[in-house]
Every structure is written in structure tokens, then in C-alpha cells.
Write a protein that binds this ligand. Structure first.
Ligand code: B16
Ligand code: MG
Length: 217
């Protein structure tokens, strides 16, 4: 029986990927190389430090830890400038309705995001009150595909992994759900998210009746 839904943030509830992309692209330009939208796909769902390592690999640069810390900080400052201007118009289609329906039907709701900026985004878009538990990059030590973020979510909600359904747009996130013993719904294309139990283009195609139908015990 499904008792809880665990949501990734970027790419599932809000489209912050575009701000991550602009901020990383600006950094790459400062360092003297091109960073494309296709390159950016590799950073989705990946932590800030791991993202920087991928970016530097693309640029063919090797830097020491001190320099890397400074660059990650400067990218984040830029990103924070963008997300501080976000509002509820940037919630992805279908997300708010589904969150509301989950709550009204007694399904618990948690966030499972790699982002250390998740609280700013949830507050600015007005999504914070819809969550029973919030697990983000400030509470985790292992990045997806490690299941930690989702296991902490289940624990905070007081449910078992088998009672959870994870909603994710990144391959690493689906993998994390599987490793955590949870069912998953991929938001995006089945080309990259084929490992999920179900793949839909957006949360517009989801509601509680469909959830129960797909994951009836
Ligand atoms: P921050 P999610 C992830 O969010 C993003 O998809 C990924 O691109 C980003 O690098 C990561 O958060 C860390 O974000 O720099 O804000 O800590 O998809 O797990 O909600
Ligand atoms: Mg994501």
C-alpha cells in the first residue's frame, strides 16, 4: 500500500535546472571554455561538488581543492541570485495539484533533494507547507544514487521503504529509489528513466487514483 510520496525538487516540482545551467555556463566562460545544454544534462541530480568536477573535466582543467571550493562558491552565489527571485509561477505543471491531492487523501509527502538551497526554493515558490518532511543536501552525507536521502525521508515520515513512491527526473535518483527498496516514477523520458516502474512526461499525468492503480499492493 502506498503511504508516502517522496519528491525530488529540481526537474520534478520546479525547473531550477535552467538557473543551474546559466550559473555553470558563466563559470565555464570565465574559465575559458564552452559549456552546452547537452553537457548540463550530466549535472542533473548530481551534487554541487560532483557537478564542478564534471565541468572541469569537460574544460580539461585540473585545479586544487582550494581553487575548487572558491569556484563552487562563486557558482552558488550566482545561482542564489537567480533563485531568490523565484515565485509560484515557476512550479512545474501538475505539481501543486498533485501535492494538494496527496495531502487531502492522507498520503504523506516528503522532499528528497540533493540541493543545499532547497529551503530557499520551497519558501519562494510557496511549496513549504505541503511537506510533512524535508530532506535536502544540508541533511545528507551521500549523494544519489546512494539511497540515503530517500531512506531519511521514509524514516522522518515513519513509513517503510516499501510504502513509498519516489518521483525523480534523474537517472541517479531512480537508481537511489531502487537501492532503497522503493517504487519509482520517472518524470521525463523513458530513454534515460527506463529503470523506473512508470515513466510520465510531467506530474500533469499523475493523480492519486492513478498512483493507487499503478502501485496497489
Ligand atoms: P545545490 P535535485 C540537484 O537538485 C540538482 O538537480 C543538481 O543539478 C544540483 O547540482 C544539486 O541539486 C545540488 O544543488 O548546488 O543547490 O546544492 O534534483 O536533487 O532536487
Ligand atoms: Mg532532479
Amino acid at each position: 500500500e502506498v503511504k508516502a510520496c517522496l519528491f525530488d525538487l529540481d526537474g520534478v516540482l520546479v525547473d531550477t535546472a535552467k538557473y543551474h545551467y546559466i550559473a555553470w555556463k558563466e563559470l565555464a566562460e570565465r574559465l575559458g571554455f564552452e559549456f552546452t545544454e547537452k553537457d548540463n544534462e550530466r549535472l542533473k541530480g548530481v551534487s554541487r561538488t560532483a557537478s564542478l568536477n564534471i565541468l572541469l573535466e569537460i574544460g580539461g582543467l585540473t585545479l586544487d581543492e582550494d581553487e575548487k571550493t572558491k569556484l563552487a562558491e562563486s557558482k552558488n552565489n550566482r545561482y542564489v541570485e537567480y533563485i531568490s527571485k523565484m515565485d509560484s509561477s515557476e512550479i512545474l505543471p501538475g505539481a501543486l495539484d498533485f501535492l494538494k491531492e496527496c495531502r487531502s487523501q492522507g498520503i504523506l509527502v516528503a522532499l528528497g533533494s540533493a540541493s543545499k538551497n532547497a529551503m530557499t526554493i520551497l519558501d519562494n515558490t510557496g511549496l513549504t507547507p505541503y511537506f510533512d518532511a524535508i530532506i535536502d543536501g544540508t541533511k545528507t552525507s551521500a549523494a544519489k544514487p546512494d539511497p540515503e536521502v530517500f531512506l531519511l525521508g521514509a524514516e522522518a515520515l515513519g513509513v517503510s521503504p516499501a510504502e513509498c513512491v519516489v518521483f525523480e527526473d534523474a537517472e541517479a535518483g531512480i537508481e537511489a529509489a531502487i537501492r532503497g527498496g522503493m517504487a519509482s516514477v520517472g518524470i521525463g523520458s523513458s530513454e534515460t528513466l527506463g529503470a523506473a516502474n512508470l515513466v510520465i512526461p510531467s506530474l500533469q499525468e499523475m493523480n492519486v487514483a492513478r498512483l493507487k492503480e499503478a502501485f496497489a499492493a
